[in-house]
Design a protein around this ligand. Structure first.
Ligand code: MGP
Length: 442
């Protein structure tokens, strides 16, 4: 199957600038490497610019704040000039942070400002009360029987945000097959499944979470062929199953060391089942290609902001993603709850030392390495990071992963409160910056 045409820029015009001279699409990019993407700022040659934008969302509906989101009707296909992945080049380039000025929005009509907190029913678990009270913003169909586990309560993306990210992804990446690397209970996968042209591959190490996600997807009426659930550590998929978007696990390996490494890393087979109509199983259910990756990984604990401040979270030092463990070790990360339940007993410094403490460092990749591994599968990566992540750390991670040019840091405000951030990688976002405003702010 051919990939979506990518021939116009975000405003729907044919792109005549230097980015568009290379009219290759995703598949032929593998054969003809595109030229190195030029830096965003013409006079200060930064290796990477993190373009910061803000989207205001409201529980009763999505209010677009940018001109570009209002002029796309219908969404045009895009020219995605993939970034060069020459990892042998220098990784020490500088990083610019540039805020895209928001365009004024129409004031909200009064009736759209709904009450969000619902304290009419007591929370089933004291530790999750804050999230329980917001349950209808997590899933508007909550009362129809949505299922979440404890970690799901903390980490599921509120529905308005998940829906926006899916729509934005559809407009700018037009994914055919999207891999949701940390599916959890399905908040994002459900929204992506309603926009992808073919399938969402939803991955998680925990089958119970996948079953909950499948159950929730059925409540949202997602057709069963649109979602497949894979029980596997996604790091194995990134490292061994795909390269440049293609499935490679069944390809012969010439190097004996690599073959040995693969044999040691190969996960044990898992059962395949049809649950609520959806297939759940192991790597044998994987598709031959992946064109876009979405990652909403565990951030280490609910204390991520209390401990590290407004701009103190660092992808290299605070984010730890466990590699597959040996059979006799549990795969569930307890740190999430330990850091929450123990927090009153510890001073801040002690709690900081405890952050992610249950995770064995020697068996982890950090948030920088995670991006590098994902980018080797496809340059089209969407990365959810904590709102207090240092933007430089995102720029640095992008450079280490081989990106050049810019990435888009999109802040999601829900009823005027910053909730989450998605970083969009693998395409040129500089047309979003008004020419007159192109100056570095940090
Ligand atoms: P929050 O900061 O824990 O709560 O999570 P909130 O509602 O902003 O409360 P505040 O009063 O402390 O500001 C905000 C959102 O971040 C959640 O709804 C989740 O979508 C997301 N989130 C939170 N955590 C702890 C995680 C995590 O570990 N991983 C992921 N992927 N998302 C998380």
């Amino acid at each position: 199957m051919s990939t979506p045409p990518r021939g116009t820029d975000v405003k729907g015009r044919h792109n005549n600038n230097h980015y568009s001279n290379n009219n290759n699409n995703y598949s032929n990019h593998h054969h003809t490497p595109p030229p190195r993407t030029p830096p965003f700022h013409p006079h200060q040659p930064h290796a990477m610019s993190v373009l910061v934008t803000r989207v205001d969302l409201y529980d009763s509906g999505f209010i677009p704040t940018h001109e570009m989101t209002t002029t796309l009707d219908p969404p045009p296909p895009l020219l995605l000039t993939p970034y060069s992945f020459d990892l042998s080049s220098s990784t020490s380039g500088s990083i610019a942070i540039c805020r895209i000025p928001p365009t004024p929005t129409t004031p909200l009509p009064f009736w759209r400002q709904l009450q969000v907190m619902d304290t009419t029913k007591p929370s089933p678990l004291p530790a999750i009360t804050k999230y329980w009270n917001q349950r209808h913003r997590l899933f508007h169909k909550f009362d129809q029987g949505i299922q979440l586990d404890e970690e799901g309560w903390f980490s599921v993306t509120p529905e308005q945000i998940a829906q926006h990210v899916a729509q934005f992804t559809q407009q700018h990446y037009a994914p055919r097959i999207l891999l949701d690397a940390f599916c959890g209970c399905g908040g994002n996968a459900i929204q992506f499944a309603s926009i992808v042209s073919e399938q969402v591959v939803a991955v998680d190490v925990d089958r119970q979470k996948l079953r909950k996600a499948a159950h929730n997807a059925r409540l949202y009426g997602i057709p069963t062929h649109r979602l497949v659930f894979i029980e596997c550590n996604v790091l194995f998929l990134f490292e061994y199953c795909y390269k440049n978007g293609e499935f490679i696990l069944d390809q012969p390996i010439a190097c004996p060391q690599q073959a040995q490494a693969l044999m040691e890393a190969m996960p044990p087979p898992v059962a395949t089942e049809v649950f609520e109509g959806y297939q759940i199983g192991g790597i044998d259910l994987l598709p031959r290609t992946i064109d876009t990756i979405f990652m909403d990984p565990p951030w280490g604990g609910v204390d991520y902001e209390v401990l590290f401040g407004k701009h103190g979270y660092d992808l290299e030092h605070q984010m730890k993603i466990e590699r597959p463990r040996r059979a006799n070790v549990t795969t569930v990360q307890d740190d999430f709850f330990d850091s929450f339940t123990n927090q009153s007993n510890h001073r801040k410094q002690e709690r900081r030392a405890q952050f992610n403490h249950a995770v064995d460092d020697s068996n982890c990749v950090n948030g920088v390495e995670l991006l590098r591994l994902a980018a080797a599968v496809t340059p089209y990566v969407l990365y959810d990071v904590p709102r207090n992540t240092r933007r430089q750390s995102v720029g640095q991670a992008a450079i280490m992963a081989g990106y050049r040019g810019n990435c888009l840091w999109e802040e999601h405000y829900l009823n005027a409160r910053l909730k989450t951030v998605t970083v969009y990688l693998g395409k040129d976002w500089s047309p979003l910056v008004p020419t007159s405003k192109r100056k570095d702010t940090e």
